[in-house]
Every structure is written in C-alpha cells, then in structure tokens.
Design a protein around this ligand. Sequence first.
Ligand SMILES: NC(=O)c1ccc[n+]([C@@H]2O[C@H](COP(=O)([O-])OP(=O)(O)OC[C@H]3O[C@@H](n4cnc5c(N)ncnc54)[C@H](O)[C@@H]3O)[C@@H](O)[C@H]2O)c1
Length: 458
Amino acid sequence: MRFLLFFSFQFSILISAQLNNNQKVVSESLFINWDNTFEEPKNTVLELVCPKIDTVKIAVIGLGNRGAMALDRLPQIPNVKIVAIADVDSNKVNNCLETYFDDKGYSIPFPYYKTDDWKLICQRNDIDLIYICTHWQLHTPIAVYAMEHDKHVAVEVPAALTIEECWRLVNTAEKTRKHCIQLENCMYDFFELTALNMVQQNLFGEIVHVEGAYIHDLRSLNFHDTYYWNHWRLKQLQVNDGNTYPTHGLGPIAHVLNIHRGDKFNYLVSMSSDQFGMNKYAKEHLPDSSKYYDVDFKKGDINTTLIKTQKGKTILLQHDVTSPRPYSRLYTLSGTNGFIQKYPKHSIALEPNAHSSLSSNEIDSMLLNYQPSVLKEIKDKAKQVGGHGGMDYIMDYRLIYCLRNGLPLDQDVYDAAEWSSIVELSRKSVESGSAPVQIPDFTRGNWNKVKKVSYFIK
Ligand SMILES: NC(=O)c1ccc[n+]([C@@H]2O[C@H](COP(=O)([O-])OP(=O)(O)OC[C@H]3O[C@@H](n4cnc5c(N)ncnc54)[C@H](O)[C@@H]3O)[C@@H](O)[C@H]2O)c1
C-alpha cells in the first residue's frame, strides 16, 4: 500500500510537471519514478543453485491450449513424473487424462477440478515444480503461494501484470530461495539460440540496438466463443493499453544484451496508435453478437515501446494482435561489426561487406556452424515432439536438465520481473503522452555482479 500511495503521488506530480513544460525536455526530473524500497533488500537469487532433483515431480495447473500441450511434451522427457493436474473445466481434465496418460505407460496424475484446488496442490509435499498455464490474473498468486510452500515455479508469460506483482515474485523468490522462471519459449527457437551464440562469439561486435515484437493477428481467436477460457485475453484489450504481452519479443533480445548480467533497463517511452481494427472486426464478423458490438477497446492496435539501457543500448519493442499482417517477432540485432535479422526474412550482414546481406545459402550454413552444442544434441527429438517447431520441448528439456543437475536455470525471477514490468510501465507511458518511465532495478543494485548470460551445462 505504501508503494501504491508513493507511486500515485509521484506520478501525478511528474506528469503535471511534464504537461506544464509542454514536453520540451526529457530530463531526469521528468521521469516517472518507482519506489525501489518497496521491501527491504534480501539475498540475491542471481544464478541460484538448488539441490539436485533426481525425478522432477510436476503439477500442471490450467489445462487449456498451453497446459494440454505441456502434458503432451513433459512426460516424454526422462525423469519427469506428472503428479497432479488441475482445471476448473472438468472436461479438459478428463480429456487430458485420457489423451496423454491412458495406455501410455506413464503413472496417472491426480486430477483436481475446483477453483482453489491449486492451493491444495501447492500444499502437497510430493511435488517439486508447479507449472502454471492459466490465464494471466492467476500467474503471480499461484507462483507466490507455490514458492511459499517450498515449490519451484515455471509460469506462463507474462509472469506478472503489475509492478507490485513483479516485486512480490522477486521478494518471495529471494525469501524462499526457490526458482521462479517464466516459460518464455521464444528464447529456445533455433534461430534465437544460434544468434545468441554468434553474439557471444563476438561475430557482430558490440551490440548497439535490438528489436523484438509480438505481432500476431489474434482477432479470430480472441473473438472466438470458446478458444480462450472466459474470453480472458479479449477482456485485457478492453481495459488496458500499452504492450500487454511483451515477453516473447523482449526475452531473447534482453539476453543478447545481458540484462542484469552487466547491463540493465533504465527507462522506456511508449506510444500506441488509436484503436481501429478490433471494433471493425467485431462489426464485420460478429454482426449478431451484441456482447462484442461497439465495445470500447482501450488497446491501441499497434504499440511501440523504446527502452534505453544503462550502457547506452536501445531496444525497440512492438505489440500488435489486431492488424492483418504476417506473424513477426522482429528479432533484429545491430552491432558495430554486423547485423542479423529473423523476420520478415533471415538476413546476416558482416563487415567489411555489410551493405548487403549474405546469400540465403551462406546464411543457412552459418546458422548451422554456430549452432550451440545443446541444440545439436536435442534438435531431432525437439522437432519430433514439436511445440512451436520444437522450441517448447527445448525449453522444457533445459528446465528439467538444470533442475536435475542442480544448475542455475537459463531464466530467473529477475528476467520474469523485468520483462513483465513492461505491461504496466508501457501503459503508464502511453497514458501520460509517452512520458519516459523509469524501469525498476529488480536486482536492487546487483545488475553488474554477473558479467554475461549463461545457459549452464554440467
Ligand atoms: N509461450 C507461448 O507460446 C504461449 C502461447 C499461448 C499462450 N501462452 C500463455 O499461456 C497461458 C494460457 O494460455 P491458453 O492459450 O492455454 O489459455 P486457455 O484459456 O486455453 O487456458 C487457460 C486455462 O486455465 C483454466 N483455469 C481458469 N481458472 C482456473 C483455476 N482457478 N484453476 C485451474 N485452471 C483454471 C481455464 O479453464 C483454461 O483451461 C497464458 O498465460 C498465455 O499468455 C503462451
């Protein structure tokens, strides 16, 4: 509460200062600041090491699109046991039992059906990891409760919706010394893993600017009557502007920039177009459906956010789930010696001939040469199991591998907080005429302790 009062007071003062000054100067005094002393500093969980777990016993909560896919993948990883599954829709629970467990030779998980059963699951003492695949509003409450009951947490994206929730995740992970990571699968796509390896081999020199995005026309799914439980995703677009889903675009490029491993996000500015596409879509496709007709969506169709880092790097981040256009996460890296881009077309350009891209044959062989060893070992299995072309399997595989070997996980709770914080911070900037907004240092000053991102192997 102290935090909220502090924020709302400071926010209103600074915004009025900015409007009075006609937005002439972007000086530090005009920043919207956040009170980083929300709780007393705790021990850091950077590169947290926890005891090895021989067989990782998992509960999956939320068995919609993502949760059901996870139940297809996870049991295929050796030394994984699914102990419990839960959803408020009993058909989904029973279908999952039938589809992924009957006649498969795996032990049968205990089913849960009630709204608050996730609490009973977290209270069990035969579970190591709570794997959360519900709608966004339950991510932080379940994650915090799970850590408080001595469980590691892997939570779908975004892990949190507000700055207060981000701090709750960090504070609880530091207090309990449990792992708490997002299930940010886009880190593990073949291109992103290989490009990160290229960056770490210094192929592009100093990375100066990066771009990421979630550009995915979700109109038909968002307006679908049953695809998302209780229309949770559409409802977000009704009430919030800004970047409501930042982590797929931001996660991979944040690791390229070693965020909180030698650099940190300092501040952002964010701007949204007005809302044009969603009402149009509702009117054209759902003419008889009064519940969507003339709904006043707050979400502007296209949001663009710019982030500046402590070390002077820039990040462009976009979000658009409304426009009729091809899927893209941009994934563009620009360095002092070269450039790499994933969307809309693979491109690599290197000094001294960086005016044009390498040919597609040259790019393909380069991507093959720079594949990290972990990818070489599991790519066939990943492609066979699938899940967004294999990246979902690689994500789960790495999570289980690190837990089994007592290694730090590839992502940590600070990643979860930093990437998720953009939801609220971008909204605040949009609401205040694109004013610069400071991004909290969730490591509380420890952002330079670790010098680069590492994905550990034994
Ligand atoms: N990483 C990715 O590529 C990716 C892709 C799509 C969605 N997601 C994320 O995955 C999450 C789930 O998305 P989805 O598409 O599966 O949505 P969904 O609506 O299909 O699934 C959510 C499920 O949660 C269940 N649920 C609601 N309240 C519950 C409760 N109290 N206890 C247990 N279950 C409850 C619902 O019945 C539903 O089955 C979201 O956070 C979304 O952002 C990630």
